[in-house]
Design a protein around this ligand. Structure first.
Ligand code: ADP
Ligand code: 5GP
Length: 209
């Protein structure tokens, strides 16, 4: 594995938060609510991806949209903490993305798949790992279909990956907490409870600066 010690030493501060779970479970919905309510507390780790932007998504905000060649070169140059292929596209967390958030002393939120979770666990990031799950596969499929962002082929790939992600979330010691996103406000309340200590810490530090 790549030597990450230099990066990690520069990354003291609040613990990052990793959100993971099947596509369509509600990760982006929950993290957007969190970032809106706690403006100046959380910062999103903007990943790179080779997939096309969806309507409404912004380059540099939701993702850095790049070509496969550019992404592969950056990965080969050691610019990424982790990277993975999901549903036929490359995704990855650059060192710069995490450092940008941590330099502001914000809680860094990562939205990554299970391969990313496995790889981030090998680093010294000392993250809080939160699994977001839909109440059932049927509801997950309905949410993905209603979102109207995927072709039938992409949808099937995501549902297939979702079954693996559900099993992964049950692996002993993988997640600190698993939140079933049934009623959005309830799931959001649970997420806030899990992160309360870190939120208060950042607010306290912010006030003394
Ligand atoms: P993910 O980021 O995990 O892929 P999204 O946040 O995009 O998932 O959510 C998938 C779809 O489900 C979106 O259209 C979103 O508006 C909807 N959604 C999210 N949470 C809920 C919920 N608790 N109840 C109903 N619909 C939801
Ligand atoms: P989407 O295409 O729906 O935005 O994301 C598809 C999947 O890729 C989701 O499970 C999401 O968590 C994951 N993902 C997004 N960014 C990254 C990343 O940087 N690394 C990894 N490993 N997965 C990511």
């Amino acid at each position: 594995m790549r030597d990450l010690s230099r990066v990690d030493k520069a990354m003291a501060g609040p613990r990052p938060v990793v959100l993971s779970g099947p596509s369509g479970a509600g990760k982006s919905t929950l993290l957007k609510k969190l970032m809106k309510e706690y403006d100046g507390v959380f910062g999103f780790s903007v990943s790179h991806t080779t997939r096309q932007p969806r309507p409404g998504e912004e380059n540099g905000k939701d993702y850095h949209y790049v070509t496969k060649d550019a992404m592969q070169t950056a990965v080969d140059n050691g610019e990424f903490i982790e990277s993975a292929v999901f549903s036929g596209n490359m995704y990855g967390t650059s060192k710069a993305a995490v450092q940008a958030v941590r330099a502001k002393n914000l809680i860094c939120i990562l939205d990554i798949d299970m391969q990313g979770v496995r790889n981030i666990k090998k680093t010294d990031l000392n993250a809080i790992y939160v699994s977001i799950q839909a109440p059932s596969m049927d509801i997950l499929e309905k949410r993905l279909r209603d979102r109207k962002t995927e072709s039938e082929e992409s949808l099937q790939k995501r549902l297939h990956a979702a079954r693996v992600e559900v099993e992964f979330s049950k692996e002993e010691g993988m997640f600190d907490v698993c939140i079933v996103n049934d009623v959005l406000e309830d799931a959001y309340g649970k997420l806030k409870d899990v992160l309360l200590e870190e939120i208060n810490q950042v607010k306290k530090t912010g006030m003394t600066l």
